[in-house]
Design a protein around this ligand. Structure first.
Ligand code: HEC
Ligand code: HEC
Ligand code: HEC
Length: 427
Protein backbone atom coordinates (compact mmCIF):
# COMPACT_ATOMS: atom_id res chain seq x y z
CA UNK A 1 0.00 0.00 0.00
CA UNK A 2 1.21 3.48 -0.76
CA UNK A 3 1.47 5.96 2.03
CA UNK A 4 -1.45 7.84 0.59
CA UNK A 5 -3.78 4.87 0.42
CA UNK A 6 -2.79 3.80 3.95
CA UNK A 7 -3.77 7.23 5.17
CA UNK A 8 -7.02 6.99 3.26
CA UNK A 9 -7.81 3.61 4.81
CA UNK A 10 -7.02 4.87 8.28
CA UNK A 11 -9.19 7.90 7.57
CA UNK A 12 -12.16 5.85 6.50
CA UNK A 13 -11.88 3.60 9.57
CA UNK A 14 -11.99 6.68 11.80
CA UNK A 15 -14.99 8.05 9.93
CA UNK A 16 -16.74 4.67 10.18
CA UNK A 17 -16.12 4.39 13.93
CA UNK A 18 -17.29 7.97 14.45
CA UNK A 19 -20.46 7.21 12.49
CA UNK A 20 -21.12 4.10 14.56
CA UNK A 21 -20.61 5.97 17.82
CA UNK A 22 -22.90 8.72 16.55
CA UNK A 23 -25.53 6.17 15.52
CA UNK A 24 -25.46 4.63 18.97
CA UNK A 25 -25.74 8.04 20.60
CA UNK A 26 -28.54 9.22 18.39
CA UNK A 27 -30.71 6.18 18.83
CA UNK A 28 -33.45 6.97 21.30
CA UNK A 29 -36.45 4.71 21.78
CA UNK A 30 -39.99 5.93 21.24
CA UNK A 31 -42.03 6.24 24.43
CA UNK A 32 -45.41 4.54 24.05
CA UNK A 33 -48.35 6.89 23.42
CA UNK A 34 -50.95 7.21 26.16
CA UNK A 35 -54.53 8.40 25.97
CA UNK A 36 -54.85 12.08 26.92
CA UNK A 37 -55.09 12.26 30.72
CA UNK A 38 -58.44 13.76 31.81
CA UNK A 39 -58.33 17.22 33.40
CA UNK A 40 -59.61 15.68 36.64
CA UNK A 41 -56.36 13.75 37.00
CA UNK A 42 -54.56 17.01 37.88
CA UNK A 43 -55.33 18.92 41.06
CA UNK A 44 -55.93 22.66 40.94
CA UNK A 45 -52.82 23.47 42.95
CA UNK A 46 -50.55 21.69 40.50
CA UNK A 47 -52.15 23.48 37.57
CA UNK A 48 -51.65 26.86 39.23
CA UNK A 49 -48.02 25.97 39.90
CA UNK A 50 -47.79 24.97 36.24
CA UNK A 51 -49.02 28.36 35.04
CA UNK A 52 -46.09 29.93 36.89
CA UNK A 53 -43.57 27.48 35.41
CA UNK A 54 -44.91 27.98 31.89
CA UNK A 55 -44.77 31.78 32.29
CA UNK A 56 -41.20 31.68 33.62
CA UNK A 57 -40.21 29.47 30.68
CA UNK A 58 -41.82 31.73 28.03
CA UNK A 59 -43.38 28.62 26.51
CA UNK A 60 -46.24 30.61 25.02
CA UNK A 61 -43.89 33.12 23.36
CA UNK A 62 -42.28 30.55 21.07
CA UNK A 63 -45.15 28.10 20.82
CA UNK A 64 -47.76 30.55 19.56
CA UNK A 65 -47.80 31.83 15.97
CA UNK A 66 -48.65 35.46 15.23
CA UNK A 67 -52.41 35.67 15.60
CA UNK A 68 -52.51 31.91 16.32
CA UNK A 69 -54.10 29.94 19.16
CA UNK A 70 -52.05 29.71 22.38
CA UNK A 71 -49.48 26.88 22.41
CA UNK A 72 -50.61 25.58 18.99
CA UNK A 73 -47.15 26.17 17.51
CA UNK A 74 -46.26 27.31 14.01
CA UNK A 75 -44.11 30.31 14.94
CA UNK A 76 -41.10 30.44 12.59
CA UNK A 77 -37.79 30.88 14.43
CA UNK A 78 -35.04 32.25 12.20
CA UNK A 79 -31.60 30.72 12.82
CA UNK A 80 -28.39 31.12 10.81
CA UNK A 81 -29.12 27.62 9.50
CA UNK A 82 -32.67 28.22 8.29
CA UNK A 83 -36.14 28.34 9.79
CA UNK A 84 -37.38 26.08 12.57
CA UNK A 85 -41.04 26.01 13.52
CA UNK A 86 -42.06 25.70 17.14
CA UNK A 87 -44.38 22.74 17.52
CA UNK A 88 -47.92 22.33 18.76
CA UNK A 89 -47.83 21.64 22.53
CA UNK A 90 -51.57 21.68 23.14
CA UNK A 91 -53.08 18.36 24.27
CA UNK A 92 -54.33 17.50 20.78
CA UNK A 93 -53.47 13.79 20.39
CA UNK A 94 -52.94 14.00 16.65
CA UNK A 95 -50.89 17.18 16.11
CA UNK A 96 -49.94 18.18 19.66
CA UNK A 97 -48.71 16.36 22.77
CA UNK A 98 -52.07 14.87 23.79
CA UNK A 99 -50.70 11.33 23.74
CA UNK A 100 -47.49 12.15 25.61
CA UNK A 101 -46.92 10.64 29.05
CA UNK A 102 -45.21 12.70 31.75
CA UNK A 103 -42.13 10.55 31.13
CA UNK A 104 -42.03 11.57 27.46
CA UNK A 105 -42.57 15.23 28.37
CA UNK A 106 -39.81 15.12 30.94
CA UNK A 107 -37.41 13.52 28.46
CA UNK A 108 -38.12 16.28 25.94
CA UNK A 109 -37.28 19.00 28.49
CA UNK A 110 -34.27 17.24 30.00
CA UNK A 111 -32.71 15.59 26.94
CA UNK A 112 -34.21 17.32 23.88
CA UNK A 113 -35.83 14.14 22.55
CA UNK A 114 -39.34 13.96 21.12
CA UNK A 115 -41.80 11.25 22.16
CA UNK A 116 -41.14 9.18 19.05
CA UNK A 117 -37.38 9.32 19.70
CA UNK A 118 -36.25 11.99 17.22
CA UNK A 119 -33.80 14.58 18.51
CA UNK A 120 -35.05 18.15 18.89
CA UNK A 121 -33.23 21.22 17.65
CA UNK A 122 -31.62 23.43 20.29
CA UNK A 123 -33.78 26.36 19.14
CA UNK A 124 -35.89 24.70 21.84
CA UNK A 125 -33.83 25.69 24.89
CA UNK A 126 -33.67 22.20 26.46
CA UNK A 127 -30.01 22.76 27.36
CA UNK A 128 -31.43 25.21 29.93
CA UNK A 129 -34.74 23.48 30.69
CA UNK A 130 -32.78 20.37 31.66
CA UNK A 131 -32.24 22.05 35.05
CA UNK A 132 -35.95 22.33 35.86
CA UNK A 133 -36.95 20.28 38.91
CA UNK A 134 -39.14 17.18 38.61
CA UNK A 135 -42.01 18.88 40.41
CA UNK A 136 -41.89 21.94 38.13
CA UNK A 137 -41.87 19.68 35.07
CA UNK A 138 -44.88 17.79 36.41
CA UNK A 139 -46.66 21.09 37.08
CA UNK A 140 -45.98 22.39 33.55
CA UNK A 141 -47.28 19.10 32.19
CA UNK A 142 -50.48 19.42 34.22
CA UNK A 143 -50.97 22.99 33.00
CA UNK A 144 -50.37 22.20 29.32
CA UNK A 145 -52.48 19.03 29.38
CA UNK A 146 -55.43 21.06 30.66
CA UNK A 147 -55.26 23.70 27.88
CA UNK A 148 -57.65 23.69 24.98
CA UNK A 149 -56.51 21.11 22.40
CA UNK A 150 -55.91 22.66 18.98
CA UNK A 151 -55.57 20.57 15.84
CA UNK A 152 -52.79 22.34 13.98
CA UNK A 153 -50.01 20.69 12.04
CA UNK A 154 -46.62 22.33 12.46
CA UNK A 155 -45.11 23.44 9.12
CA UNK A 156 -42.02 21.56 7.98
CA UNK A 157 -38.68 23.15 8.91
CA UNK A 158 -36.64 24.80 6.21
CA UNK A 159 -33.01 24.10 7.09
CA UNK A 160 -29.82 23.89 5.07
CA UNK A 161 -28.26 20.50 4.38
CA UNK A 162 -26.99 18.64 6.44
CA UNK A 163 -28.83 20.21 9.35
CA UNK A 164 -32.20 19.16 7.99
CA UNK A 165 -31.03 15.73 9.10
CA UNK A 166 -31.42 15.42 12.90
CA UNK A 167 -29.09 12.60 14.03
CA UNK A 168 -25.91 14.76 14.11
CA UNK A 169 -27.58 16.70 16.92
CA UNK A 170 -26.37 13.85 19.13
CA UNK A 171 -22.83 15.14 18.64
CA UNK A 172 -23.91 18.70 19.38
CA UNK A 173 -25.57 17.47 22.57
CA UNK A 174 -22.35 15.75 23.64
CA UNK A 175 -20.72 19.14 23.78
CA UNK A 176 -23.51 21.46 24.93
CA UNK A 177 -26.05 19.43 26.89
CA UNK A 178 -25.21 18.76 30.52
CA UNK A 179 -28.38 16.96 31.42
CA UNK A 180 -30.17 17.17 34.74
CA UNK A 181 -30.69 19.63 37.59
CA UNK A 182 -27.67 21.09 39.44
CA UNK A 183 -27.19 21.01 43.20
CA UNK A 184 -27.59 24.40 44.92
CA UNK A 185 -24.48 26.37 45.93
CA UNK A 186 -24.54 26.06 49.70
CA UNK A 187 -22.27 29.07 50.16
CA UNK A 188 -25.10 31.27 48.81
CA UNK A 189 -28.52 32.05 50.23
CA UNK A 190 -31.82 30.57 49.08
CA UNK A 191 -32.86 33.63 47.06
CA UNK A 192 -29.60 33.64 45.08
CA UNK A 193 -29.93 29.92 44.37
CA UNK A 194 -33.54 30.33 43.29
CA UNK A 195 -32.48 33.20 41.04
CA UNK A 196 -29.66 31.22 39.47
CA UNK A 197 -31.99 28.31 38.84
CA UNK A 198 -34.54 30.58 37.18
CA UNK A 199 -31.99 32.46 35.09
CA UNK A 200 -29.99 29.41 33.95
CA UNK A 201 -32.91 26.99 33.79
CA UNK A 202 -36.49 27.98 33.10
CA UNK A 203 -35.73 31.59 32.16
CA UNK A 204 -33.04 30.47 29.64
CA UNK A 205 -31.76 34.07 29.75
CA UNK A 206 -28.34 33.04 28.40
CA UNK A 207 -29.86 31.70 25.19
CA UNK A 208 -30.25 35.34 24.10
CA UNK A 209 -27.78 37.16 26.34
CA UNK A 210 -24.70 35.04 25.50
CA UNK A 211 -22.73 35.02 22.25
CA UNK A 212 -23.09 31.90 20.11
CA UNK A 213 -20.34 30.06 18.27
CA UNK A 214 -20.44 28.94 14.64
CA UNK A 215 -22.49 25.84 15.41
CA UNK A 216 -25.04 27.70 17.48
CA UNK A 217 -23.76 26.71 20.91
CA UNK A 218 -23.16 29.24 23.69
CA UNK A 219 -19.48 30.21 23.69
CA UNK A 220 -17.75 28.67 26.69
CA UNK A 221 -16.46 31.22 29.19
CA UNK A 222 -18.57 34.04 27.73
CA UNK A 223 -21.86 33.53 29.54
CA UNK A 224 -23.91 36.76 29.58
CA UNK A 225 -21.37 38.71 27.51
CA UNK A 226 -24.27 39.73 25.24
CA UNK A 227 -25.69 38.18 22.07
CA UNK A 228 -27.75 39.02 19.01
CA UNK A 229 -31.28 37.71 18.59
CA UNK A 230 -33.80 38.54 15.85
CA UNK A 231 -31.73 41.53 14.81
CA UNK A 232 -31.55 43.00 18.33
CA UNK A 233 -28.61 43.02 20.66
CA UNK A 234 -29.37 41.28 23.95
CA UNK A 235 -26.96 43.37 26.04
CA UNK A 236 -24.33 41.96 28.35
CA UNK A 237 -25.81 41.27 31.79
CA UNK A 238 -22.49 40.68 33.52
CA UNK A 239 -19.65 43.06 34.30
CA UNK A 240 -19.52 43.99 30.60
CA UNK A 241 -22.92 45.70 30.87
CA UNK A 242 -23.01 48.98 28.93
CA UNK A 243 -25.71 50.42 31.21
CA UNK A 244 -24.49 53.93 32.06
CA UNK A 245 -26.01 53.77 35.54
CA UNK A 246 -25.43 50.58 37.51
CA UNK A 247 -28.56 48.47 37.94
CA UNK A 248 -30.05 48.16 41.38
CA UNK A 249 -32.34 45.45 42.72
CA UNK A 250 -35.42 47.72 42.51
CA UNK A 251 -34.66 48.95 39.00
CA UNK A 252 -34.10 45.42 37.73
CA UNK A 253 -37.31 44.16 39.28
CA UNK A 254 -39.20 47.12 37.79
CA UNK A 255 -37.66 46.50 34.36
CA UNK A 256 -38.31 42.76 34.37
CA UNK A 257 -41.92 43.14 35.52
CA UNK A 258 -43.07 46.24 33.64
CA UNK A 259 -40.65 46.42 30.73
CA UNK A 260 -39.53 49.84 31.89
CA UNK A 261 -37.14 51.23 34.45
CA UNK A 262 -36.97 54.90 35.34
CA UNK A 263 -33.16 54.98 35.38
CA UNK A 264 -32.59 52.82 32.32
CA UNK A 265 -34.95 52.39 29.42
CA UNK A 266 -37.66 50.21 28.06
CA UNK A 267 -37.70 46.58 27.01
CA UNK A 268 -38.27 46.34 23.28
CA UNK A 269 -37.85 43.68 20.60
CA UNK A 270 -37.50 40.11 21.88
CA UNK A 271 -37.19 41.25 25.52
CA UNK A 272 -40.71 42.66 25.60
CA UNK A 273 -42.54 39.30 25.67
CA UNK A 274 -40.15 38.09 28.38
CA UNK A 275 -41.21 40.98 30.62
CA UNK A 276 -44.89 40.34 29.81
CA UNK A 277 -44.52 36.79 31.13
CA UNK A 278 -42.55 37.92 34.18
CA UNK A 279 -45.34 40.39 34.98
CA UNK A 280 -47.57 37.39 35.76
CA UNK A 281 -45.32 35.45 38.15
CA UNK A 282 -45.00 36.01 41.91
CA UNK A 283 -42.83 38.95 42.94
CA UNK A 284 -40.44 36.67 44.85
CA UNK A 285 -39.40 34.96 41.59
CA UNK A 286 -38.48 38.25 39.92
CA UNK A 287 -36.72 39.43 43.09
CA UNK A 288 -34.64 36.24 42.98
CA UNK A 289 -33.80 36.68 39.27
CA UNK A 290 -32.73 40.27 39.91
CA UNK A 291 -30.61 39.31 42.91
CA UNK A 292 -28.75 36.72 40.86
CA UNK A 293 -28.23 39.04 37.88
CA UNK A 294 -26.87 41.73 40.20
CA UNK A 295 -24.43 39.23 41.66
CA UNK A 296 -22.85 38.68 38.22
CA UNK A 297 -22.56 42.42 37.50
CA UNK A 298 -20.25 44.87 38.97
CA UNK A 299 -20.79 48.55 38.57
CA UNK A 300 -18.87 49.70 35.53
CA UNK A 301 -19.51 53.38 35.83
CA UNK A 302 -20.95 55.96 38.11
CA UNK A 303 -23.59 58.62 37.62
CA UNK A 304 -20.82 61.08 36.92
CA UNK A 305 -20.67 59.67 33.39
CA UNK A 306 -24.23 60.61 32.63
CA UNK A 307 -24.50 63.93 30.83
CA UNK A 308 -27.32 66.21 31.87
CA UNK A 309 -29.80 67.08 29.14
CA UNK A 310 -29.58 70.77 29.81
CA UNK A 311 -25.87 70.93 29.09
CA UNK A 312 -26.28 68.78 26.08
CA UNK A 313 -28.77 70.53 23.93
CA UNK A 314 -26.30 73.22 22.88
CA UNK A 315 -23.41 70.84 22.68
CA UNK A 316 -24.76 68.89 19.76
CA UNK A 317 -27.06 71.48 18.23
CA UNK A 318 -24.82 71.81 15.23
CA UNK A 319 -24.95 68.09 14.41
CA UNK A 320 -26.81 67.22 11.20
CA UNK A 321 -29.37 65.11 13.09
CA UNK A 322 -30.40 67.99 15.35
CA UNK A 323 -33.20 69.25 13.12
CA UNK A 324 -34.61 65.78 12.60
CA UNK A 325 -34.53 65.16 16.34
CA UNK A 326 -36.33 68.42 17.03
CA UNK A 327 -38.99 67.53 14.47
CA UNK A 328 -39.64 63.88 15.34
CA UNK A 329 -38.24 62.97 18.71
CA UNK A 330 -38.04 65.94 21.03
CA UNK A 331 -41.73 65.92 21.92
CA UNK A 332 -41.08 62.65 23.73
CA UNK A 333 -37.34 62.63 24.42
CA UNK A 334 -36.39 66.30 24.66
CA UNK A 335 -35.62 67.82 28.05
CA UNK A 336 -38.98 69.61 28.06
CA UNK A 337 -41.07 66.56 27.16
CA UNK A 338 -43.87 66.17 29.73
CA UNK A 339 -43.22 62.47 30.39
CA UNK A 340 -39.63 63.24 31.12
CA UNK A 341 -40.29 66.12 33.43
CA UNK A 342 -42.64 64.05 35.59
CA UNK A 343 -39.88 61.50 35.81
CA UNK A 344 -41.67 58.63 34.11
CA UNK A 345 -39.54 58.44 31.03
CA UNK A 346 -35.81 58.22 31.47
CA UNK A 347 -33.54 60.56 29.56
CA UNK A 348 -31.88 58.83 26.62
CA UNK A 349 -28.65 59.40 28.55
CA UNK A 350 -29.64 56.45 30.77
CA UNK A 351 -30.22 54.11 27.85
CA UNK A 352 -28.04 51.07 27.34
CA UNK A 353 -28.88 51.23 23.63
CA UNK A 354 -27.47 54.75 23.33
CA UNK A 355 -24.36 53.82 25.31
CA UNK A 356 -23.74 50.43 23.70
CA UNK A 357 -20.66 49.60 21.65
CA UNK A 358 -22.75 49.32 18.48
CA UNK A 359 -25.76 51.38 17.31
CA UNK A 360 -27.80 48.22 16.60
CA UNK A 361 -30.52 48.65 19.23
CA UNK A 362 -30.80 52.42 18.82
CA UNK A 363 -31.33 51.87 15.09
CA UNK A 364 -33.76 49.00 15.69
CA UNK A 365 -35.72 51.18 18.08
CA UNK A 366 -36.04 53.90 15.44
CA UNK A 367 -36.87 51.51 12.61
CA UNK A 368 -39.26 49.24 14.52
CA UNK A 369 -40.51 51.42 17.37
CA UNK A 370 -42.19 49.78 20.32
CA UNK A 371 -45.75 48.65 19.62
CA UNK A 372 -48.87 49.90 21.34
CA UNK A 373 -49.98 47.32 23.86
CA UNK A 374 -52.83 48.72 25.88
CA UNK A 375 -51.71 48.44 29.46
CA UNK A 376 -48.09 49.41 28.85
CA UNK A 377 -48.78 52.20 26.41
CA UNK A 378 -46.26 54.39 28.25
CA UNK A 379 -43.69 52.33 26.37
CA UNK A 380 -45.12 53.21 22.96
CA UNK A 381 -42.78 54.66 20.38
CA UNK A 382 -43.72 55.01 16.72
CA UNK A 383 -41.69 53.24 14.02
CA UNK A 384 -39.72 55.50 11.69
CA UNK A 385 -38.73 52.96 9.03
CA UNK A 386 -41.19 54.42 6.52
CA UNK A 387 -40.38 58.01 7.40
CA UNK A 388 -36.60 58.20 7.33
CA UNK A 389 -34.06 56.63 4.98
CA UNK A 390 -30.86 54.94 6.16
CA UNK A 391 -28.90 58.13 5.91
CA UNK A 392 -31.36 60.06 8.10
CA UNK A 393 -31.60 57.19 10.59
CA UNK A 394 -27.81 57.29 10.79
CA UNK A 395 -27.82 61.05 11.37
CA UNK A 396 -30.33 60.63 14.17
CA UNK A 397 -28.35 57.81 15.75
CA UNK A 398 -25.13 59.81 15.59
CA UNK A 399 -26.93 62.81 17.02
CA UNK A 400 -28.32 60.98 20.06
CA UNK A 401 -24.96 59.32 20.61
CA UNK A 402 -23.15 62.67 20.59
CA UNK A 403 -25.82 64.29 22.73
CA UNK A 404 -26.57 61.66 25.32
CA UNK A 405 -23.43 59.57 25.69
CA UNK A 406 -19.88 60.25 26.77
CA UNK A 407 -18.67 57.29 24.74
CA UNK A 408 -17.15 58.14 21.34
CA UNK A 409 -19.03 58.25 18.04
CA UNK A 410 -20.29 55.09 16.31
CA UNK A 411 -18.69 54.17 12.96
CA UNK A 412 -20.45 53.15 9.72
CA UNK A 413 -23.88 53.87 11.12
CA UNK A 414 -25.64 54.20 7.75
CA UNK A 415 -24.27 50.84 6.61
CA UNK A 416 -25.61 49.19 9.73
CA UNK A 417 -28.98 50.92 9.31
CA UNK A 418 -29.20 49.51 5.78
CA UNK A 419 -28.20 46.05 6.97
CA UNK A 420 -30.72 46.00 9.82
CA UNK A 421 -33.48 47.22 7.53
CA UNK A 422 -32.67 44.37 5.16
CA UNK A 423 -32.60 41.81 7.97
CA UNK A 424 -35.95 43.03 9.27
CA UNK A 425 -37.37 42.82 5.80
CA UNK A 426 -36.18 39.25 5.31
CA UNK A 427 -37.60 38.17 8.65
C1 HEC B 1 -37.01 29.93 22.33
C2 HEC B 1 -38.20 29.27 21.85
C3 HEC B 1 -38.84 28.19 22.70
C4 HEC B 1 -39.24 28.28 24.01
C5 HEC B 1 -39.06 29.45 24.95
C6 HEC B 1 -39.88 27.04 24.32
N1 HEC B 1 -39.87 26.20 23.24
FE1 HEC B 1 -40.60 24.31 23.14
N2 HEC B 1 -39.84 24.12 21.28
C7 HEC B 1 -39.31 25.13 20.52
C8 HEC B 1 -39.02 24.64 19.19
C9 HEC B 1 -38.43 25.44 18.04
C10 HEC B 1 -39.39 23.28 19.18
C11 HEC B 1 -39.28 22.31 18.02
C12 HEC B 1 -37.90 21.76 17.91
C13 HEC B 1 -37.76 20.76 16.81
O1 HEC B 1 -38.68 20.58 16.03
O2 HEC B 1 -36.70 20.12 16.76
C14 HEC B 1 -39.90 22.99 20.51
C15 HEC B 1 -40.34 21.74 20.91
C16 HEC B 1 -40.92 21.47 22.14
C17 HEC B 1 -41.39 20.17 22.54
C18 HEC B 1 -41.34 18.90 21.71
C19 HEC B 1 -42.61 18.76 20.92
C20 HEC B 1 -42.58 17.65 19.92
O3 HEC B 1 -43.63 17.43 19.31
O4 HEC B 1 -41.55 17.01 19.72
C21 HEC B 1 -41.94 20.31 23.80
C22 HEC B 1 -42.59 19.24 24.65
C23 HEC B 1 -41.77 21.69 24.17
N3 HEC B 1 -41.15 22.37 23.14
C24 HEC B 1 -42.19 22.22 25.36
C25 HEC B 1 -41.88 23.51 25.78
C26 HEC B 1 -42.17 24.01 27.10
C27 HEC B 1 -42.91 23.25 28.18
C28 HEC B 1 -41.68 25.28 27.16
C29 HEC B 1 -41.66 26.25 28.33
C30 HEC B 1 -41.15 25.71 29.59
C31 HEC B 1 -41.07 25.56 25.86
N4 HEC B 1 -41.23 24.47 25.06
C32 HEC B 1 -40.44 26.75 25.55
C33 HEC B 1 -39.04 26.42 20.94
C34 HEC B 1 -39.25 26.88 22.23
C1 HEC C 1 -35.62 36.05 23.49
C2 HEC C 1 -34.37 36.64 23.86
C3 HEC C 1 -34.22 37.11 25.30
C4 HEC C 1 -34.43 36.38 26.44
C5 HEC C 1 -34.92 34.94 26.58
C6 HEC C 1 -34.09 37.25 27.53
N1 HEC C 1 -33.69 38.47 27.07
FE1 HEC C 1 -33.20 40.09 28.17
N2 HEC C 1 -33.01 41.23 26.51
C7 HEC C 1 -33.13 40.77 25.21
C8 HEC C 1 -32.95 41.89 24.30
C9 HEC C 1 -33.01 41.81 22.79
C10 HEC C 1 -32.72 43.03 25.10
C11 HEC C 1 -32.54 44.48 24.61
C12 HEC C 1 -33.90 45.16 24.63
C13 HEC C 1 -33.88 46.63 24.35
O1 HEC C 1 -32.83 47.21 24.05
O2 HEC C 1 -34.96 47.23 24.47
C14 HEC C 1 -32.76 42.57 26.47
C15 HEC C 1 -32.57 43.41 27.56
C16 HEC C 1 -32.46 42.97 28.87
C17 HEC C 1 -32.09 43.80 29.99
C18 HEC C 1 -31.75 45.28 29.92
C19 HEC C 1 -30.27 45.43 29.83
C20 HEC C 1 -29.83 46.85 29.73
O3 HEC C 1 -28.71 47.10 30.15
O4 HEC C 1 -30.59 47.69 29.22
C21 HEC C 1 -32.10 43.01 31.11
C22 HEC C 1 -31.77 43.43 32.52
C23 HEC C 1 -32.47 41.68 30.68
N3 HEC C 1 -32.68 41.69 29.33
C24 HEC C 1 -32.58 40.60 31.53
C25 HEC C 1 -33.02 39.34 31.13
C26 HEC C 1 -33.25 38.24 32.04
C27 HEC C 1 -33.01 38.28 33.54
C28 HEC C 1 -33.71 37.21 31.29
C29 HEC C 1 -34.16 35.84 31.75
C30 HEC C 1 -35.21 35.83 32.75
C31 HEC C 1 -33.75 37.66 29.91
N4 HEC C 1 -33.32 38.95 29.86
C32 HEC C 1 -34.16 36.88 28.86
C33 HEC C 1 -33.41 39.47 24.83
C34 HEC C 1 -33.76 38.42 25.70
C1 HEC D 1 -44.46 59.27 21.03
C2 HEC D 1 -43.27 59.37 21.80
C3 HEC D 1 -41.94 59.03 21.15
C4 HEC D 1 -41.38 59.56 20.01
C5 HEC D 1 -41.98 60.55 19.06
C6 HEC D 1 -40.05 58.98 19.91
N1 HEC D 1 -39.84 58.12 20.93
FE1 HEC D 1 -38.11 57.09 21.28
N2 HEC D 1 -39.02 56.17 22.86
C7 HEC D 1 -40.28 56.43 23.33
C8 HEC D 1 -40.54 55.56 24.46
C9 HEC D 1 -41.82 55.54 25.27
C10 HEC D 1 -39.41 54.75 24.63
C11 HEC D 1 -39.19 53.66 25.66
C12 HEC D 1 -39.04 54.21 27.03
C13 HEC D 1 -37.79 54.99 27.17
O1 HEC D 1 -36.71 54.42 27.10
O2 HEC D 1 -37.90 56.21 27.33
C14 HEC D 1 -38.45 55.18 23.62
C15 HEC D 1 -37.17 54.66 23.49
C16 HEC D 1 -36.22 55.11 22.63
C17 HEC D 1 -34.86 54.61 22.55
C18 HEC D 1 -34.31 53.47 23.38
C19 HEC D 1 -34.07 53.88 24.79
C20 HEC D 1 -34.00 52.68 25.67
O3 HEC D 1 -32.91 52.15 25.87
O4 HEC D 1 -35.05 52.25 26.12
C21 HEC D 1 -34.22 55.33 21.59
C22 HEC D 1 -32.77 55.17 21.15
C23 HEC D 1 -35.17 56.28 21.05
N3 HEC D 1 -36.38 56.10 21.71
C24 HEC D 1 -34.90 57.20 20.07
C25 HEC D 1 -35.87 57.98 19.45
C26 HEC D 1 -35.61 58.82 18.31
C27 HEC D 1 -34.25 59.03 17.68
C28 HEC D 1 -36.80 59.38 17.98
C29 HEC D 1 -37.09 60.29 16.80
C30 HEC D 1 -36.74 59.76 15.49
C31 HEC D 1 -37.81 58.91 18.91
N4 HEC D 1 -37.20 58.06 19.79
C32 HEC D 1 -39.14 59.29 18.90
C33 HEC D 1 -41.16 57.35 22.84
C34 HEC D 1 -40.97 58.10 21.71
Amino acid sequence: MTRKSRLLTAGSVIVLVALMVALLLMWRPAIAPVSTPPATSFDAQTRVAGARVVALGDCIVCHTAKGGRPFAGGLPLATPFGTIYATNITPDPETGIGNWSLTAFKRALRDGVSRDGHLLYPAFPYIHFTRISDSDIAAAYAYLMTREPVNATTPANDLVFPLNFRPPLALWNLQFLHAGPRPPDTSKDARWNRGKLLVDGLGHCASCHSPLNLIGGEKAGHGFDGGVVDGWEAPALNALSAAPKPWTQDQLVMYLRSGRASEHGAAAGPMLPVTRDLATVPDEDVQAIAAYILSIQKPTSSDADIPLDAKLANLAATQPGAALFAASCAQCHGPAAPMQSIGERPSLAFSTAVNAATPRNAIQMMLSGNGWHGEDRENYMPAFSQIYDDHQIAELASYIRATYSQRGPWQDVATMAARIRQENHAR
